[in-house]
Write a protein that binds this ligand. Structure first.
Ligand code: FAD
Length: 278
């Protein structure tokens, strides 16, 4: 792995004290990986607004550079401005800027900023260069996009509004990532595009998430997972082999880093990183 590879990890806001303790344990375990930063997700429509801010503070207190996620769907510019000012005052230097998906029951409430590109433009207008801005990328196409070409065009526009880097949706085909990077680079994008890595530890959870977010699970992986049935140890061992190889292929092929979707656990991420040749 290149000495400059950026490693980062994503958490979600814990819902109770036990979950908070787990998050702290995981974050402390991951400290040994020398993460460039950690990020904390945000429930679109503001459903985790204070939970995200609390988790950000908790992780800052542990010494991490923390990037809160911020989504614009359903929000007003005044809401977003208030959150930006709050984070700036708390010493936050990075943000992950997203459109988000409205939770059920909030259908139709788009808000004043319709797409992530509008949010990036608003952050630059309101906060200047106070934040390093990451945006989302979809090597296998965003599930709502009408075509790949259109999705790529929208991504390029979003980057041009002032994004500094992108993190991808997870995927299990290194080729999809490299094709996407080549495509957007041909369209003039020069920012780092960091692959999002989802460890495989639980097949029903993985299939559920992938159905929701449109991430593709290759047929051979689905079949192997089905063969393991409830044998969780074999699923974890298989998942570790598959995802470590993917991560190594990505780094060997020139990916500038890896962003781990930890689901607030540390073990799967540690096991993968420990397998990579450093
Ligand atoms: C790394 C990462 C982190 C995430 N974290 C969170 C989180 O914390 N909270 C959360 O709620 N969700 C999160 N998500 C999920 C994300 O919010 C959803 O995937 C959402 O559906 C799209 O968000 P986006 O920022 O990619 O949207 P956008 O970039 O706005 O794109 C959304 C769709 O709109 C289309 N589009 C964009 N611009 C235009 C335009 N001008 N005209 C027409 N169509 C357009 C795009 O092609 C795409 O299909 C995350 C996703 C990733 C990859």
């Amino acid at each position: 792995m290149s000495a400059k590879a950026i490693l980062s990890a994503e958490f979600f806001p814990p819902r109770d004290i036990a979950a908070q303790e787990k998050l702290v344990r995981s974050a402390k375990s991951l400290m040994g990986l020398n993460l460039s930063y950690v990020s904390v997700t945000f429930g679109a429509g503001g459903s985790t607004r204070s939970g995200t801010a609390d988790a950000v503070q908790l992780l800052q207190n542990l010494g991490f550079d923390v990037a809160p996620h911020l989504s614009c769907i359903g929000a007003s510019k005044a809401d977003i401005a208030e959150i930006l000012d709050y984070y700036q005052q708390k010493g936050v230097k990075r943000l992950v800027a997203l459109r988000g998906d409205l939770p059920s029951g909030m259908g139709g409430v788009v808000g004043e900023l319709r797409y992530a590109s509008d949010l990036v433009a608003f952050i630059r207008e309101h906060s200047g260069d106070a934040f390093h801005i990451e945006v989302a990328a979809y090597p296998e196409m965003h599930p709502q996009a009408l075509s790949f070409d259109e999705d790529v065009r929208h991504f390029v526009h979003k980057v041009n509004q002032g994004a500094d880097a992108a993190i991808t949706q997870y995927f299990y085909s290194a080729g999809a990532y490299f094709d996407f990077v080549e495509r957007v680079q041909k369209a003039g994008v020069t920012i780092p595009i960091i692959p999002g890595i989802m460890p495989i530890t639980n097949s029903s959870q993985l299939l559920r998430f992938s159905n929701m977010c449109g991430a593709e699970i290759p047929r051979w992986i689905r079949l192997r997972l089905a063969d393991f049935g409830d044998d969780r140890a074999s699923i974890r061992a298989f998942g570790l082999d598959v995802v470590s190889q993917l991560a190594q292929d990505l780094i060997d092929g020139g990916a500038p880093g890896l962003h781990f979707y930890t689901l607030n656990g540390a073990e799967a991420t540690m096991n993968i990183v420990n397998r990579l040749s450093l």
